[in-house]
Design a protein around this ligand. Structure first.
Ligand SMILES: Cc1cc2nc3c(=O)[nH]c(=O)nc-3n(C[C@H](O)[C@H](O)[C@H](O)COP(=O)(O)OP(=O)(O)OC[C@H]3O[C@@H](n4cnc5c(N)ncnc54)[C@H](O)[C@@H]3O)c2cc1C
Length: 463
């Protein structure tokens, strides 16, 4: 008799492992299939965590070289030990993935090692064994989107995975794609000494984010030394021992130009990972972009098969995958699991950071919703001045009639942390006045959020 489970989750990324833990907490017998040698998925192994480790380390290097002197801290002979920085990143990843293994043991989640394939509804095959499950959850995540004529070898032409592993600072790094991953990893290598050029098809960076924030981000990163080639497309790449030659032409078509690079980072987006899962045989429907189609309760068209995280529609973010994992486990337990997609923050961990939640001005205009915007700059905040981090602003958007907070868009120091206040406000259905009347400690960066909320009603105090 095959071993049988209440739930088998395929994929142990933040969507899958969190779903498995929550289902186990709710009393279900749970297995999680993972083909990687370690748990934690893209996020812990080759995504959020290693990139943040390198962002942190490279920011320390940048501070030591260029920023501490203005605080009267004079360092001489600052040097980069890249091997040590990379080893530290490896330790950070290792501690995190082992943490998930510990959580699986604690919650009695069985890790089925190997690639999982759905052989029929209720049956999953892993490493030649078949297991039975009342419910199957597809949480197989995503992979880097390829680009025609630009062949990845993870040495000279890399995806984010190779860009996290470089053993030498490239002389010239060309990043294809001005999205979150390209800008974060471009920042890392720029801080460590590379010349960085970002080639972006559109006329702006970070599509989907607030226009004003995107423009200021471009100005700020340009000041830091990143170069941008907007409205440009890469049509091919050739490699030799000396580096890579990229063919670049205007997005609208035109004369081809060659750009030489030591390393090219391909970061044009990510696509759902569904290969080898047996979805076609079982009849699980995909949408036009290859994502598993689900209803509002994460159910696919095949009874007993569900999907969450990067492999379904929506923002490709770890916390979105986690929240879907929790909601689905609760639904399977007969509870009312739910994800509020209007309150999911998005953060870019450059420095200054970018953070956003809820609707943008562009979306509100397109939907014909009347809104008021309140904006406050970090230059007028005492703590930001004490830190020497004055770039950026907080903008809060509220319904013109009801004052309900509809969105917030920020660029500035640590705004990835500040955004949580507005996610909470949106979750609670708070008004801008509720945020403005909440006492904020002084002197903190959070006061910029309060002042932006006051500015919605035209009554900011410190400007
Ligand atoms: C460089 C980089 C930086 C990022 N930074 C951030 C960030 O700062 N914040 C943020 O929110 N998001 C970030 N992301 C995105 C984030 O990593 C993803 O949104 C998140 O990992 C999605 O979780 P998931 O559980 O859906 O899938 P994944 O994390 O992709 O996990 C899926 C797992 O399924 C496994 N799998 C696939 N097929 C099978 C199979 N057939 N059998 C067994 N196992 C299988 C895979 O091996 C993988 O481990 C980043 C991504 C990258 C690449």
């Amino acid at each position: 008799m095959p071993e049988s489970f209440d739930v088998i989750v395929i994929g142990a990324g933040p969507g899958g492992y969190v779903c498995a833990i929550r289902a186990a907490q709710l009393g279900m017998k749970v297995a999680c299939v993972e083909k990687r040698a370690t748990l934690g998925g893209t996020c812990l192994n080759v995504g959020c965590i290693p990139s943040k480790a390198l962002l942190q380390s490279s920011e320390h290097f940048e501070e030591a070289k260029h920023k501490l002197a203005e605080h009267g801290v004079v360092l001489e002979g600052v040097k980069l030990d890249l091997a040590k920085m990379q080893a530290r990143k490896g330790e950070v990843v290792s501690a995190n993935v082992k943490g998930v293994e510990f959580l699986f043991r604690k919650n009695k989640v069985t890790w089925l090692k190997g690639a999982g394939r759905i052989v029929s509804p209720g049956k999953v095959e892993v490493a030649g064994e078949t297991y039975e499950a009342k419910n199957i959850v597809i949480a197989t995540g995503s992979e880097s989107t390829p680009l025609r004529n630009v062949e990845v070898d993870e040495k000279q032409i890399v995806t984010s995975t190779g860009a996290l592993e470089l053993e030498k600072v490239p002389g010239h790094l060309v990043v294809i794609g001005g999205g979150v991953i390209g800008l974060e990893l471009g920042s890392v290598w720029r801080r460590l000494g590379a010349e960085v050029t970002v080639v972006e098809f559109l006329d702006r960076l970070v599509p989907g984010m607030d226009n004003e924030v995107a423009k200021q981000l471009e100005r700020t990163l340009t000041k830091q030394g990143l170069k941008f080639r907007l409205k440009s497309k890469v049509t091919g790449a050739t490699k030799d021992a000396g580096g890579v030659t990229l063919m670049v032409e205007p997005a609208a078509g035109g004369a081809v130009e060659e750009i030489k690079a030591d390393v090219v980072l391909l970061a044009i987006g990510r696509r759902p990972h569904t290969e080898g899962l047996g979805l076609e045989e079982v009849g699980v429907a995909l949408d036009e972009r290859g994502r598993v189609k689900t209803d509002a309760h994460f159910a696919t068209n095949v009874p007993g098969i569900y999907a969450i995280g990067d492999v379904i529609a929506g923002a490709m973010l770890a916390h979105k995958a986690e929240d879907e994992g929790v909601a689905l486990a609760e639904i399977l337990a007969g509870q009312k699991g739910h994800v509020n997609y209007a309150a999911i923050p998005g953060v870019i961990y450059t420095w200054p950071e970018v953070a956003s939640v809820g609707a943008t001005e562009e979306e509100l205009k397109a939907a014909g919703i009347a809104y008021k915007a309140g904006k406050f700059p970090f230059t007028a905040n005492g703590r930001a001045r004490a830190m020497g981090d004055l770039d950026g602003f907080v903008k809060i958007l509220a319904d013109a009639k009801t004052d309900r907070v509809l969105g917030a868009h920020m660029l500035g120091p640590d705004v990835g942390t500040l955004i949580a206040e507005i996610s909470l406000a949106i979750e609670f259905g708070a008004s801008a006045e509720d945020v403005a009347r909440t006492c904020h400690a002084h002197p903190t960066l959070n006061e910029v959020v309060k002042e932006a909320a006051l500015a919605v009603d035209g009554r900011a105090l410190h400007i």
